[in-house]
Design a protein around this ligand. Structure first.
Ligand code: ARG
Length: 420
């Protein structure tokens, strides 16, 4: 697999997804917010909705849909990887020393489930005894769950020249990155081609050992020559600059836009604000076009004596709309809510702008976003709908739930490339 993408809408060839599982049933009214949910989804319905999404992708494109759970089992067969994954997962509860005792008792599939859905003290006590467990309450997590894993977009991103291994802002999502990285680096399907461009040997670690944060939802391949990254609640400027240096290195990508988003929940990621669904077509939340008034453009100025890219940065004090129009000529904008302000905000909240492009002007969208879907159809877009009453409760949409791995290389129309 190529693991490089020159567009967000070339016909889809391969995608990675995660069918929500038992980790969702770990949510309670007391922990939903800590786990970045708005509510507790009804798992069985959610799974049905997700199954429909997956079948639709396969049926409409013939693309291969890889399942995280299966890939995880395939890499955990390696004892050293398994042990390491458990030591890390147990470290929050300071129980790393139990890792070996646990994995000898569990099948590989149980290990994968434990890493995804977490393990409580009382569940582990059924399988083994240990002094450290007696000191804890039965309801505590020995391994915490990953209920956001179905938002496959965020923990890694494939862009023009490689893979970004994302560094998540919230502790509740940090283990997602480790699991994905383990898959990219070790699974035979990926390991030959996964060129991880961030973090790299130049990335400065913070005193607590973490790297500057960047999340996949903030990363959008705008054109073959331009990448947009949101500087958001979740993504730090330092990470954007580091990614920019790597992406601009070989000269094929010429501009990295750092889009300054308001640090608010409904602007959580750049892809909650807009997505691009053809060379000259974006769908966006109209308020964002007014609220985003500064964008930085990073370009390659030269290289230093060690071969590292030196960036030049231009600050654009203009709306996101003007920036996009300057990058893409004859750009058409579709607004969430189809011009109605109440529906614009309601539908943006439920990720109306977060459609998943399976081909140029072919998207998968939540059925609840009626007005946005109508606007898309009026613009000649093929809109395939999926049910959304439970999937939407985690505050993410179809794009968030997919990590595109491979698309047909897109042939760009020269007359549409803008002034930049
Ligand atoms: N790409 C996205 N917009 N992802 C949405 C992620 C939602 C998730 N509950 C979080 O807060 O992290």
């Amino acid at each position: 697999m190529n693991l490089r993408l020159n567009s967000e809408f070339g016909t889809l060839k391969a995608v990675l997804m995660h069918r929500p599982g038992r980790e969702i049933d770990r949510l309670t009214p007391y922990n939903v917010h800590e786990f970045l949910f708005e509510d507790m989804p009804y798992l069985e319905i959610m799974q049905r909705e997700h199954d429909e999404f997956r079948s639709l992708i396969k049926g409409a494109t013939g693309a291969t849909v890889y399942r995280l759970h299966e890939l995880l089992i395939e890499v955990l067969i390696d004892d050293a990887l398994l042990l390491n994954a458990f030591k890390i997962a147990l470290s929050d509860a300071k129980l790393q020393h139990l890792a070996e005792d646990i994995i000898v008792r569990f099948s590989t599939a149980e290990c994968a489930n434990a890493l995804l859905a977490g393990v409580k003290v009382r569940e582990l006590k059924r399988r083994m005894n240990h002094r450290s467990l007696d000191e804890m309450s039965d309801n505590e997590f020995v391994i915490s769950p990953n209920p956001n894993f179905y938002f496959m977009r965020d923990a890694a991103a494939v862009i023009q020249n490689g893979v970004i291994s994302c560094q998540m802002k919230h502790p509740a999502r940090r283990r997602e990155t480790l699991a994905l990285r383990m898959i990219y680096e070790n699974h035979p399907l990926f390991k030959e081609n996964a060129k991880i461009i961030y973090p790299n040997e130049h990335t400065q670690q913070r005193p607590d050992g973490t790297f500057p944060c960047i999340e996949g939802g903030d990363i959008i391949v705008l054109t073959d020559k331009a990448l947009a990254i949101g500087n958001s609640e979740r993504t730090d400027s330092e990470a954007i600059m580091e990614v920019a240096k790597q992406v601009l290195k070989n000269g094929k990508v010429e501009r990295v836009y750092e889009v300054l988003l308001p640090k608010k929940r409904n602007f959580m990621h750049l892809d909650t604000v807009f997505t691009i669904i053809d060379e000259n077509l974006v769908v966006t939340y109209p308020d964002a076009l007014q609220n985003v008034l500064e964008t930085r453009v990073h370009r390659k100025e030269g290289v230093d004596e060690n071969g590292n890219v030196i960036l030049s940065t231009e600050v654009l004090k203009e709306s996101l709309l003007s920036t996009l129009r300057n990058e893409i000529d004859y750009l058409e904008i579709i607004e969430t809510g189809n011009g109605n302000p109440e529906y614009a905000s309601r539908e943006q909240w439920f990720d109306g702008a977060n459609v998943f492009a399976i081909g140029p002007r072919r998207v998968i969208s939540y059925n609840r976003n009626k007005y946005t879907n109508r606007a898309l159809r009026e613009a000649g877009v093929e809109v395939l709908q999926i049910p959304s009453s439970e999937l939407s409760r985690g505050l993410g949409g179809p794009r968030c739930m997919t990590m595109a791995l491979d698309r047909q290389d897109f042939h760009w129309t020269p007359s549409l490339s803008g002034r930049y």
